[in-house]
Design a protein. Structure first.
Length: 437
């Protein structure tokens, strides 16, 4: 039995994701396990649809099992996001491959960079320190340091370190190495639009087949359609038509038969909550939040009275050394009350950071045909498998139980905003059923 893992946000699920599923099957995957962000994503924003909706999209499109990536990893830097996903897949004890997209499509070149960045040898460190002292931004300094250590052309390295999928691919490879994971990485070239919606390759010829990518648009482009002109609701028939063109046929009826597409969620839906927290929190409290440095806390605190909206405030706080996405993550962590934590002593070192591994695997949904897969996981997993959220009291204790309840609290903060926006009853997260297809 060949089992392939995928780490994703599916924000929302689209044709490019379906292509990844198909390529995994072509490479021999009997089962697909997805580690998916819950209700908040790596950009430091809420997912456009809730975790249960996005899990169902993935399952209807061919995934066999969807497991939630805990919020501390899902809303973190690319390095920690990748580490959380790779650690969970490794902990299940059954995964053979990890497949992901990349602009480059060459695992050998990406792996060389990942090995260097994971180990950070002395020559790399000294080159990085020198480049930073010259006033370069961290990404530019890192690129210069890598160039000094590896036999890459400047053009090739620049392309490898600038593509959003390449960057995440390198982080996956770093985590596989740091964890000494037996999982074998596979990558495929990203087709169609890239992350930011600009045009990438439009055709791919492999195995004597041509892939039609005319409707391969990025998740970012879909989200922009939903919120064009500052709208925070979506009922335009043209937008729904655009969505159906951008997603696989397997989920057309799911979208058409439900109204979740009329109530996408965005960061500015959290503006009032954030304004209240900024006005009521002491600077020391802001400094205690995960991802907020003392300098960032000072900048946030001093500018809080100029607050207009979540996104505008984040743009105003962002600097050359503190990018917009990092500010969004910090503000989101303030909303979700994710305080700083120290490692419990058995953390894994990745580059310059040490991360604790996720302590549990919460199942969001599965296919009925995946019975054998679930049986194998139950025999081999190193972490508790939680299929019923309320069962966590019997399976988790101490810090792991606290982390699980952070996930529940975060989901209910999301649900509270969604219920208000959609004028629907609030659904407690502990009573949400599994998605079973």
């Amino acid at each position: 039995m060949n089992i392939t893992g995928i780490i994703a946000e599916f924000n929302p699920f689209h044709n490019g994701h379906m292509h990844l599923f198909n390529e995994a099957r072509k490479r021999g995957a009997d089962h697909l396990i997805v580690i998916m962000s819950g209700n908040f994503v790596q950009r430091g924003e809420p997912a456009v649809f809730d975790a249960h909706i996005r899990a169902e999209m993935a399952l209807r499109s061919g995934a066999d099992l969807v497991i939630e990536l805990p919020v501390r990893y899902a809303s973190a830097s690319a390095e920690k996001f990748a580490f959380g996903g790779v650690s969970l897949l490794t902990s299940l004890g059954v995964v053979d491959h990890l497949i992901f997209g990349s602009e480059n499509g060459r695992i050998d070149r990406l792996s060389k960079i990942a090995e260097l960045l994971c180990l950070e040898p002395d020559d790399y460190r000294s080159s990085l320190k020198k480049a930073l002292s010259e006033g370069l931004s961290f990404p530019a300094a890192r690129e210069k340091a890598v160039l000094s250590c590896l036999d890459f052309s400047e053009k090739e390295l620049s392309e490898l370190l600038s593509g959003s999928n390449n960057i995440l691919a390198i982080e996956y490879l770093k985590s596989l190495q740091a964890l000494n994971s037996p999982i074998i990485p596979l990558t495929i070239p990203r087709l169609g639009e890239n992350y930011h919606g600009t045009k990438g390759p439009t055709t791919d010829v492999s195995d004597d087949t041509i892939v039609d990518v005319s409707h391969f648009v990025s998740a970012e482009s879909i989200r922009k359609k939903y919120f064009a002109g500052g709208n925070t609701t979506c009922s335009d028939k043209e937008i729904i038509k655009y969505t159906l063109e951008s997603v696989p046929a397997e989920i057309h009826s799911f979208i058409s038969d439900n109204d979740f597409i009329n109530h996408p969620v965005c960061a500015d839906d959290y503006s009032l909550i954030l304004r209240y927290l900024l006005l009521s929190a002491a600077q020391e409290k802001i400094s205690s939040i995960d991802g907020i440095s003392p300098d960032s806390a000072d900048r946030i605190y001093k500018n809080k009275k100029d607050f207009v909206s979540f996104t505008e405030f984040a743009r105003n706080i962002a600097t050359r050394s503190i990018p917009y996405s990092a500010v969004c993550r910090s503000l989101l962590h303030l909303i979700l009350k994710l305080d700083k934590e120290s490692s419990e002593g058995n953390g894994i070192k990745v580059s310059n950071s040490v991360y604790d591994e996720p302590e549990y695997a919460r199942v969001l949904g599965f296919r009925r045909s995946a019975g054998r897969l679930l049986h194998e996981i139950s025999k081999n997993s190193k972490v508790p498998i939680i299929t019923k959220a309320s069962d966590q009291r019997k399976l988790l204790t101490g810090r792991s139980a606290d982390h699980f309840m952070e996930d529940i609290r975060s989901a209910e903060i999301y649900e509270g905003i969604l219920a208000e926006k959609a004028h629907k009853a609030f659904r407690p997260e502990l009573s949400r059923p599994l998605v079973i297809i």
